[in-house]
Design a protein around this ligand. Structure first.
Ligand code: MG
Length: 218
């Protein structure tokens, strides 16, 4: 009797597509930056969790909401020096590029903070892209592959204009925006698996899952 080895179902390699990527909290993980920056800027009691919600609740509870607002301007400005790419993000992006996919960043964030020092938050983001991503060869051609807009409306319009065939974002409201192109497959990046996005929403909880998901797209 001939035994056939058990094999995984054949994976159809996906045809090269234009893949759009959100930036904040999709490529960039702020967990370490929040903890480090909070230590630099505040004298926190030990019991305060060094997390976004921990810090926010602590400052709000102490009537220090303006300091929380200013903190975010520091975080998305000079505090980006502490921010790290999500685990597997760079490796996955390099693999996707090697497989022929075209990657573009389309992000929205305000140009200036709502409070505190008037940092240029777009310049800070571009600096991080140069230092952490373009240094690896990603987005290096700088041919319009890095897009920072000010509003969600401008962002989804740019996703449509660029002809993205798939888009990865941590915010369900971006993928569900009325201006989000029907021709793009929305993929939710949900690292905490805590999103309330509707059932049936395509999602990944970690970057290394992305290639496999793209292979399932029609
Ligand atoms: Mg985001």
């Amino acid at each position: 009797m001939t035994m056939f080895p058990m094999t995984a179902p054949a994976m159809t390699p996906s045809a090269p597509i234009k893949l759009g990527l959100d930036f904040d909290n999709t490529i960039v993980c702020y967990d370490a930056a929040i903890a480090l920056l909070a230590e630099e800027l505040f004298d926190l009691p030990p019991e305060v969790p060094r997390t976004k919600l921990g810090l926010r609740d602590h400052l709000r509870g102490a009537g220090r909401e303006p300091e929380w607002t200013a903190f975010q301007g520091e975080l998305y400005g000079p505090g980006m020096r502490h921010a790290q790419p999500f685990e597997g993000a760079i490796e996955t992006m390099l693999q996707l590029v090697a497989a022929g996919h075209e990657l573009v960043i389309v992000s929205h964030r305000s140009r200036r903070p709502y409070a505190g020092e008037p940092h240029d938050l777009h310049a800070a983001a571009r600096g991080w892209v140069a230092e952490r991503l373009q240094s690896t060869g990603l987005f290096a051609a700088d041919n319009g592959s890095v897009n920072f807009l000010e509003t969600r409306q401008e962002k989804v319009a740019r996703i449509a204009e660029l002809g993205c065939q798939a888009f990865l974002d941590d915010l369900p409201e971006v993928l569900g925006d009325s201006g989000f192109p029907a021709s793009a497959a929305g993929i939710l990046f949900d690292p905490s698996s805590g999103s309330t996005a509707q059932e049936g929403q395509r999602r990944i909880s970690a970057w290394p899952e992305l290639g496999e998901l793209l292979a399932t797209l029609p």
